[in-house]
Write a protein that binds this ligand. Sequence first.
Ligand code: GTP
Ligand code: MG
Length: 224
Amino acid sequence: MQDLTLIIPAKNESESLPIFLGEIQQLDCKKKIILDKNDKKTLDSISHMKDIEIFFQQKKGFGSALIEGINDTDTEFFCIINSDGSMDPKYLNQMFENIKVKELDFIFATRYEKPGGGSDDDNLITLIGNYIFTKIGNIFFSLNLSDILFTYVMGRTKSFNNLEVISSDFTFCVELPIKAKKQNMKYGTLPSHERVRIAGAKKVNALKDGFLILVKMVKLFFKL
Ligand SMILES: Nc1nc2c(ncn2[C@@H]2O[C@H](COP(=O)(O)OP(=O)(O)OP(=O)(O)O)[C@@H](O)[C@H]2O)c(=O)[nH]1
Ligand SMILES: [Mg+2]
């Protein structure tokens, strides 16, 4: 997988990130960790790690981290994979095979397709929230997805750059598939089982970010 770069966003992940990087150490692909330069604790936690690239984001936010990291990528393929360990890297090979064989622009890992899908990290609120946003995506944008918010996604770097995604926050999760659909790009899904985060606190605020996601979907629908 030498033409693949893992895009690993990390914010205050000094406990999870070193363990996760240990897990993917043997993988034959590039590993780019996206950090805020003021996040010294996370930076220090991986100072001893080899064969990784550290990229400092200019603007704040989860979306900015991903956009800036992917824009800086020089491999044909990229894959967004969180630093908290919840996205199991065992699916990377299969995602990579699928995207190449089926000539896809993107492949979305999904927790809600059987066989193989599931989550040990969901709570009732995230489960219901994701269900509702996925439904909105399917009804108003014909996305035909089963898990819009997971954002464990592999893609062609060129296709991503053509989308001109601009969301600096967690609304990135919906802007990417909606714009891919609007541009008639080819994508597929792969069932995957989500694990619990290794340690540390979650960064998503279900209420605030849920509201922002809803507003973003309305704006994208009306092309605002
Ligand atoms: N670089 C960077 N990474 C971020 C930012 N916000 C979140 N992240 C990382 O993005 C990933 C997703 O955030 P999480 O807090 O795990 O969100 P979540 O998966 O909804 O929450 P949990 O279910 O509790 O894991 C994690 O690896 C975070 O460290 C940010 O502003 N900048
Ligand atoms: Mg997480």
